[in-house]
Design a binder for this molecule. Structure first.
Ligand SMILES: [Zn+2]
Length: 309
C-alpha cells in the first residue's frame, strides 16, 4: 500500500506578500520538516500534481468567476476580498492546488495510492460558487468530492474539516448533494460567523460542531469523533473520506484559539484512517487548509503523514 505526498511548485507562486498570514513560507516549511524525518521521507511517494482544468472547476464554481480569477492573474493581480489577493502566479497556484487534490482522488480509486496528503495553497474551504473568501480561491475539497462522484462513481463521500474556521465554502458547495456529508469542527464565535450546530443544510447532511476557544484539547478531539460517528451512524458508509486538514486548530496559532497538540493530530488522523479502512478500503485524501505558524505547520504535517502511513 502506498501513501502519497503530493504538491506542486506552482503553489508557491501565489504571492500574497510576507505580511499576509497565508504566505509562501507556510508551504516551504513542510518539506523542510519532512526532510528531518528521513525514514518517513523515504516511506511516502513524492509526487507533483497536475492543474485542475476550468471545466473541472466548473463542477463547483461559476465559470464567470473562474474566468475572473484567470483574467485578474493574467493582468498582474488584484484583490478579490478584504483578505484574498491574486498575484500573477495565483491562477497557476490555485489550479495546481485543486489539481493535486483531484490527483489524490484518482490515485485512491485506481489504487496507486490509498491515501494522499496534498500540501497545497491557497487553501479552499471558504471559497463559494462565485466568489473568493478568506484566503481561498477555489473549493479544493468540495471539488474533490463532486469529482469523485462524477469521475469515479463514488456513491457517498464524507468530508471532515478540523480547520479552526468553519468550512462555509465547502458546506455551500456540497449541501445540496445528500450523497456528500460534511463534518466541520470550528471555533465559535469566529470567522466567518457561519457553522451553527443547527445549520444542517437542506438534506440534513451537514454536521457542524462549533466550540469555544481554549478548551482542554481532548474536548475537541472527542467532539469531532462523535460528530463523525453521528454522520455515519445510520449505516451510511462513505466510498471516500476527504479531510480538510487545517492546522490552525493547534495551540498557539495566530489565527485561532483551539488547543490541539501534535498528539491530537496523530490521534484524529489515526481515527479517520481506521474508519476509512472499515468503510472504503482505507481511501482517504487529505488537503491542507489553514495553519499560520509555519514551523508548527511543518511539524503537524509530518505528524499527519506519519499517522496516514
Ligand atoms: Zn482556518
Amino acid at each position: 500500500m502506498s501513501i502519497a505526498f503530493i504538491s506542486h511548485s506552482d503553489c508557491g507562486r501565489h504571492d500574497t506578500g510576507w505580511g499576509h498570514p497565508e504566505h509562501v513560507g507556510r508551504l516551504r516549511a513542510i518539506p523542510r520538516a519532512l526532510r528531518n524525518d528521513p525514514e518517513l521521507y523515504e516511506a511516502v511517494t513524492h509526487l507533483e500534481g497536475r492543474h485542475a482544468t476550468p471545466e473541472e472547476l466548473g463542477l463547483v464554481h461559476d465559470p464567470t468567476y473562474v474566468a475572473q480569477v484567470r483574467r485578474m492573474a493574467a493582468g498582474g493581480g488584484g484583490r478579490l476580498d478584504a483578505d484574498t489577493v491574486v498575484s500573477e502566479g495565483s491562477w497557476d497556484a490555485a489550479t495546481a492546488g485543486a489539481g493535486c487534490v483531484l490527483d489524490g482522488v484518482d490515485m485512491a480509486f485506481d489504487g496507486r495510492a490509498t491515501r494522499t496528503f496534498a500540501a497545497v495553497r491557497p487553501p479552499g474551504h471558504h471559497a463559494i460558487r462565485d466568489r473568493a473568501m478568506g484566503f481561498c480561491l477555489f473549493g479544493n475539497v468540495a471539488l474533490a468530492a463532486h469529482y469523485a462522484r462524477r469521475r469515479h462513481g463514488a456513491e457517498r463521500v464524507l468530508i471532515v474539516d478540523w480547520d479552526v474556521h468553519h468550512g462555509n465554502g465547502t458546506q455551500a458547495l456540497v449541501e445540496r448533494d445528500p450523497a456528500i456529508r460534511f463534518v466541520s469542527m470550528h471555533q465559535w464565535p469566529w470567522y466567518p460567523g457561519t457553522g451553527a450546530a443547527d445549520d444542517r443544510g437542506p438534506h440534513r447532511s451537514i454536521w457542524n460542531v462549533p466550540l469555544p476557544a481554549a478548551l482542554p484539547p481532548q474536548r475537541y478531539v472527542d467532539a469531532l469523533e462523535r460528530a463523525v460517528d453521528a454522520a455515519t451512524a445510520d449505516g451510511w458508509t462513505p466510498d471516500l473520506v476527504l479531510v480538510s486538514a487545517g492546522f490552525d486548530s493547534l495551540a498557539g496559532d495566530p489565527l485561532g484559539g483551539f488547543t490541539l497538540e501534535l498528539e491530537h493530530v496523530d490521534h484524529l488522523t489515526r481515527a479517520l484512517v481506521q474508519r476509512a479502512t472499515t468503510w472504503c478500503a482505507g481511501r482517504l485524501v487529505s488537503a491542507l487548509e489553514g495553519g499560520y505558524a509555519p514551523e508548527r505547520l511543518g511539524q503537524a504535517c509530518v505528524t499527519h503523514l506519519r499517522a496516514l502511513l
